[in-house]
Ligand binder design. Structure first.
Ligand SMILES: NC(=O)c1ccc[n+]([C@@H]2O[C@H](COP(=O)([O-])OP(=O)(O)OC[C@H]3O[C@@H](n4cnc5c(N)ncnc54)[C@H](O)[C@@H]3O)[C@@H](O)[C@H]2O)c1
Length: 307
């Protein structure tokens, strides 16, 4: 019987379905023990991971039987896809399956930060009444800059353009926006930096995008924008982001992803109550609904593949 290894959490119902077809080893903590993964991977034809399992060349060179890797999510930066291609291992992301969840996170965190909710909350729970000391704003007619205009970027644009925001999109890999429901203008990065009130990042982590938003980018931002990052932590230089906040170049930020996950004290020690920011532990794509969709999608793909 074909053996499948699952190294991170998956919907229970999906495991039951997989067990009808395959021999399943499910241990949602294996990703923490890289050596163990390297030592047992030779037993498996299929592997199902999220973003924490590092499927690098050390794992893959031992994966003598491996034919299929299912990724319960989207980014493939934890998988050596070049190595997989050379070894003819099929890598399957759950494209689009958690896009609604991420887009809703972007909308809700943008709204919260424009409204300065974290600051009002912090003052109010301390017994203060910062009714006039803090000024919030409306989103209508504000500029939203979207960097990376793929599945999630477009979903964010669709929602926001219907709700009064003006959308600028930067993506050098697309020439036109051929979706009538999206009212957005393709722009260059400088225009986005100069005009945006909110900037949301929806890029894959690649050599090109690593550290792409840095001191030089912040220095071009003219409208004290809010920065939202749900893509990958290393795309923004975290130190430069904190500096830009303290220098009042940006007026807030929501981070769901970090250079190091779990977040390390050298970063979170810089975050103090009263800052207009929201930090979350890489959950924007993980909701009850998306977990079911993502898991079911990968189960279908792996069954079809081995059929
Ligand atoms: N936090 C979470 O829970 C979560 C969930 C899902 C996805 N993600 C992250 O979000 C990213 C985007 O997801 P998606 O589904 O929209 O991916 P996608 O592949 O549909 O879109 C990415 C877009 O980025 C563009 N792009 C690539 N390099 C670029 C560059 N240098 N400059 C500008 N644009 C560039 C591509 O052309 C593409 O249109 C994923 O790669 C993943 O890392 C995070």
């Amino acid at each position: 019987m074909i053996k499948i290894l699952i190294t991170e959490f998956i919907n229970q119902n999906s495991i039951n379905n997989l067990k009808k077809k395959f021999e399943i080893k499910y241990d949602e903590k294996i990703y923490e023990n890289k050596l163990k993964l390297e030592n047992i991977i030779h037993n498996y034809e299929g592997l199902i991971v999220r973003n924490k399992t590092q499927v690098d060349s050390n794992v893959l060179k031992n994966a003598k039987k491996l034919k299929f890797i299912g990724r319960l999510g989207v980014g493939l930066d934890n998988i050596d896809t070049e190595f997989c291609k050379n070894k003819n291992i099929h890598v399957q992301p759950a494209t689009g399956m958690n896009a609604d969840s991420v887009a809703e996170y972007v909308v809700s965190s943008s709204m919260s930060l424009i409204k300065k909710i974290p600051m009002f909350h912090n003052g109010t729970i301390k017994g203060e009444w910062p009714r006039t000391a803090i000024r919030s704003a409306e989103i209508n007619q504000k500029f939203l800059g979207i960097i990376g205009f793929g599945t999630i970027g477009k979903k964010v644009a669709k929602f926001c353009s219907k709700n009064g925001l003006k959308i600028l999109a930067y993506d050098p890999y697309i020439n036109e926006i051929n979706d009538k429901e999206i009212d957005a203008k393709l722009s260059n990065l400088n225009e986005i930096y100069e005009k945006s009130d909110i900037i949301s990042i929806h890029l894959p982590l690649t050599d090109e995008t690593k550290n792409m938003i840095n001191k030089s980018s912040f220095s071009k931002m003219k409208n004290n924008p809010i920065i939202i990052n749900t893509s990958r932590g290393s795309i923004i230089n975290e130190n430069d982001l904190i500096d830009a906040y303290h220098e009042k170049i940006i007026s807030g930020f929501a981070l769901d992803v970090f250079e190091n996950e779990p977040i390390e004290s050298k970063f979170y020690n810089k975050i103090v109550p009263g800052m207009n920011c929201i930090l979350t532990p890489h959950i924007s794509g993980v909701t009850t609904e998306s977990n079911i969709r993502v898991s079911d999608f990968i189960v279908k793909k792996i069954i079809n593949f081995f059929n």
